[in-house]
Ligand binder design. Structure first.
Ligand SMILES: [Fe+2]
Length: 397
């Protein structure tokens, strides 16, 4: 018996690595088998023009792009804790998150879990571990549309970050670890004014309470950050887990990241840090919301400036899942600063290659058939429309 499954995505504007061609993509058993400029439609088959037994998907001239690859989403915790103090059923939260990620055109996602609690952390010890366990169970029970991996966001200024990390010692879902220090007066919050605006408003603090809060955070950073950064970098090197820096602002930060074996520079806050990271071969990641809004929410360098200086490699949806695809089309629509293949690459091939994934991130023969059909009508609205999502050739949305 022949169980071979075959599909043809036809009549599509196929976004390849260096061109957009109108034609067809043949998928056999979850892999891309062939790409051609022939167009097959169901109507043509009915007229006997196509001899195919394959399932033909007429894309009606929509774009066909590789499934997006998201390295840093904070959105799982939004579903798990939709209001301060509220906890949703873990499995239901994971499924809702997964569905939203799929609807955003993402087929591989690294879900952020935060390790190391700081003064205003709303999560208890053990909650991140429970989320990770439920995610593994969801996969086992075939509940998920998207391929999920874990991104452990480690707050190195927190006293308990190494204890939290040790709980993930045997977790093979961990695919990325980032080292962050959110103490005021440096990195993301070089300007104390920006820090005050962010935290005073977020936590509704009086001037006095805010002063106390700042000194606790600064002292914790002095006490723990260097030691914890080093220890975590060593543990990741031993386990061969890719390492990301976070909010590097100075050349000294970048040198330190290189020394620790970092491969991904997340959210550099200055153009100098971004340029130095990119020149050293690190993948430079910025937030897609920054592209869509045209600026950083904490007053740091704009992603567009990095693109203009040719030192941005990867975009991430950060806190708005749909922003990733939206940013891709913002960048390649008039007035475009990137071609369509270049804009798509920063959300697909570049994140894949930065983390060593060679089997996805591009529409090319032999790669996984992780595909997204997208319509874009910029004269109506800038938001692209996700018409369908396939992972390993299976339709998931
Ligand atoms: Fe940050």
């Amino acid at each position: 018996m022949n169980n071979r499954s075959e599909q043809i995505f036809s009549n599509a504007q196929i976004v390849l690595a260096d061109a957009v061609v109108t034609g067809s993509v043949q998928v056999v058993d979850g892999l891309i088998k062939d790409i051609s400029e022939s167009v097959f439609t169901a109507a043509a088959r009915q007229r006997g023009m196509a001899k195919l037994s394959a399932n033909i998907i007429d894309c009606h001239e929509d774009f066909l792009i590789p499934g997006l690859i998201e390295l840093h989403t904070d959105h799982l915790e939004t579903h798990y804790s939709p209001r301060p103090g509220v906890r949703w059923s873990v499995m239901a939260a994971i499924q809702a998150h997964d569905a939203q990620i799929a609807a955003a055109g993402i087929t591989t996602v690294y879900d952020c879990l935060r390790l190391g609690r700081d003064e205003d952390d709303k999560f208890e010890s053990g909650e991140m571990l429970a989320l990770a366990a439920a995610l593994a169970k969801a996969r086992e029970q075939n509940r998920l549309r998207v391929e999920h991996r874990l991104h452990l966001r480690c707050e190195v200024s927190a006293s308990d970050v190494l204890d939290d990390f040790s709980e993930f010692e045997n977790n093979s879902d961990v695919g990325l670890v980032s080292l962050m220090d959110h103490a005021p007066g440096q990195r993301q919050f070089t300007s104390l004014e920006a820090y005050a605006r962010y935290h005073k408003t977020k936590n509704k603090l009086s001037d006095e309470a805010f002063e106390d809060y700042m000194s606790v955070r600064i002292n914790a950073s002095r006490k723990y950050s260097t030691r914890h950064r080093k220890a975590l970098a060593n543990l990741c090197a031993m386990r061969k887990i890719p390492l990301a820096s976070h909010d590097d602002a100075t050349l000294a930060h970048v040198d330190e990241s290189i020394e620790y074996g970092v491969s991904l520079a997340e959210f550099p806050t200055t153009l100098d840090a971004a340029k130095a990271s990119h020149s050293a071969g690190l993948g430079v990641l910025m937030g897609a919301p920054n592209v869509v809004r045209g600026q950083s929410h904490s007053g740091n360098v704009a992603a567009r400036t990095l693109i203009e200086n040719q030192c941005l490699d990867v975009l991430s949806s950060d806190y708005v899942p749909a922003s990733l695809l939206q940013a891709v089309f913002v960048l390649c629509s008039e007035p475009a600063i990137l071609s369509v293949p270049e804009a798509v690459a920063i959300a697909t091939r570049n994140p894949a290659r930065t983390l060593g994934m060679q089997d996805r991130g591009e529409i090319n023969t032999g790669l996984r058939a992780d595909l997204v059909r997208v319509a874009h009508y910029p004269h109506q609205d800038s938001a692209p429309i996700v018409r369908g999502v396939w992972r390993d050739g299976q339709r998931v949305l």
